[in-house]
Write a protein that binds this ligand. Structure first.
Ligand SMILES: N=CN[C@@H](CCC(=O)O)C(=O)O
Length: 334
């Protein structure tokens, strides 16, 4: 497939720190030689990385999401393989090839009056690659777990899944932002606007929206829309953990009546190194619960975890955090 790098055991062997008498997750994970081979392996989940931050930069955000995939992978491969880990249920497929796009983005001058439009063109090219890959995986009956990258990639996930299912797909988005910004050049803040406009998005629920960072026009637009709804973080912040979980369950019950995708923007998590990091938000452990609950649903079609932006000081903890999410999704729950 164009713009996609398929991994094999040699791609990742150097990342695995082996120990005598122990088996690491990376020693058990599955690989394939091509997309068609996916259907011959019984594993339910397919792991895909999107190492880019062009969508975030096109949205005037803080760069760094391009590094999240590699830190997640390094951490995941070194998790212990034991009775809980279920590594055999995960195929490590590979990554969307973003190097060429990143190099082109670097060559664009900020002084260019069309800088943002040109960045948006690169985002559209990534959209096409993401759409192709996700459409193929979903049509083969597997559940992609996608590690971004910016939240712009929601568009390709939604379009690809919708094309595979031949109907609009519902989305539950755990996010401080709605990402329903205007239909200007493509960026990380308007993936859902484009998916809605083009008919790929079914019911859309955003859980944990921050009132301080949502423009008035988006609230007005959502209030008037039939299929778009949100829960403010400010309405959840004084509730007990159990009440927050109940509120999440209610949203999940609505969305999961039909096929749906789970989107997690880690800026919904308090102090998580991300492109829009914030001191107020859900606890990391609460979001682990959200992800685990949603993953148990029969109608789940994909899970996208995005916007993590590790720095040299935070890459180990970001890698661990992302790999907790992945292992929670595939864990057998023994
Ligand atoms: N995917 C993120 N979207 C947010 C980013 C906000 C920010 O960078 O501060 C948005 O457009 O609102």
């Amino acid at each position: 497939m164009e713009n996609f790098k398929i991994y094999n055991s040699r791609t990742v062997e150097k990342l695995i720190i082996t120990r005598e008498g122990e088996t690491k997750f990376g020693e058990k994970i599955k690989f394939v030689e091509g997309f068609e081979q996916l259907k011959n392996i019984p594993a339910k989940y397919v792991l895909v990385g999107i190492p880019e931050d062009i969508g975030v930069r096109a949205n005037r955000g803080k760069e760094g999401t391009a590094k999240a995939w590699h830190v997640a992978l390094k951490s995941l491969l070194n998790v212990q393989s034991n009775r809980y880990s279920n590594a055999e249920d995960l195929i490590l497929l590979g990554e969307i090839e973003c190097r060429e796009y990143l190099a082109k983005a670097e060559n664009l001058g900020h002084e260019d009056p069309h800088y943002f439009e040109k960045m948006g063109d690169l985002v559209s090219q990534i959209d096409s690659a993401v759409t192709r890959v996700i459409e193929k995986i979903v049509s083969l009956g597997k559940i992609p777990i996608i590690i971004g990258g910016g939240h712009n990639n929601a568009y390709g996930n939604i379009k690809g899944s919708s094309q595979a299912l031949k109907k609009p797909i519902n989305i539950l988005n755990i996010d401080a932002h709605t990402d329903l910004r205007r239909l200007e050049h493509r960026h990380s803040g308007n993936g859902f606007s484009y998916a809605r406009k083009e008919g790929f998005l079914g019911k859309y629920r955003v859980f944990g929206v921050h009132q301080n960072y949502t423009p008035a026009y988006i609230f007005e637009q959502m209030d008037a829309a039939q299929n778009d709804q949100y829960r403010l973080f400010e309405h959840l912040v004084r509730k007990s953990s159990q009440q927050i979980l109940t509120a999440f369950r209610e949203e999940l019950d609505t969305i999961s009546q039909e096929e749906f995708g789970l989107e997690l923007d880690v800026d919904a998590i308090r102090d998580f190194p991300s492109s829009a990091q914030t001191p107020s938000g859900f606890s990391f452990n609460m979001v682990r619960n959200f992800v685990a609950l949603a993953s148990e649903e029969e109608n789940i079609k994909y899970i996208h975890i995005c916007e993590a932006a590790p720095t040299a000081n935070t890459e180990a903890s970001v890698g661990k955090a992302l790999s907790y999410f992945i292992t929670d999704i595939i864990s057998t729950g023994i």
